[in-house]
Design a protein around this ligand. Sequence first.
Ligand code: HPA
Length: 276
Amino acid sequence: MTPSLPETLQQSVAAVREYTALQARVGLVLGSGLGDVAGAMTDAVALPYAQIPHFQQPQVAGHAGQMLVGQWAGVPVAVLQGRFHFYEGHSMADTVFPVRVLCALGVEAVLLTNAAGGVNPQFRAGDLMAISDHLNLTGDNPLRGPNDDALGPRFPDMTQAYDAACLQVLQDAARETGIALHTGVYAGLSGPTYETPAEVRMLRTLGADAVGMSTVAECIAARHMGVRVAGLSCITNMAAGLSSHPLSHQEVMDASRDNAAKLTRLLRIAVPRFVA
Ligand code: HPA
């Protein structure tokens, strides 16, 4: 018989616990080009995804594919350096599995970071945006299929998909560090194509400020398991039709790498406060 989701999660958790006894309080997911943010950790133990049961292997350049467990400004954290995307062909359930493992490890909050295109015409490449809410436009949902009541409810409330207190922490940390931070709605699409200009106009009409290909499914899975979620987008480019040049993955990677230091400064203040 195939093991249930709680059983597979427990097997992954047991594998992590063999490496470290540290009880992580915050989970972090580092998006495209943001892996260097993990340089802010101390005493980090690295577990390649290949050594964690039931993890897929990442295929996208810029996604390292390991979990780091260590200290972040004095708070124990578990960091996913590299994530799985729906567009790679993984099922939604496989896409969110690593975030579920963070939740099963017992973190009290997760911060989901990503590279995103700016849909709000006020934004500029290089800006940061705290996510206040999302639009799930992927056409799928990680909770589709039988529900396991041991993990969470069949019909989770999404009124506070992104935790208001965590959002406030991000905004306060930005003010204190002098880092400009927008707040807005993230539209999650399946990709892998970037959007057409018409799609970007549609997204703006729907209330989106930024667009990307990750995060929404992970947010849903974490909320399903009752864990608080914070979200942060690195606006790596203006979305199609809002800039004069075509988009490229290289541009996205370069822009988020350029922003990693700013993000690290912000998170040095913010991460401990998520659980203060
Ligand atoms: N669209 C979708 N995903 C993205 C973008 C974009 O413009 N930039 C970075 N990720």
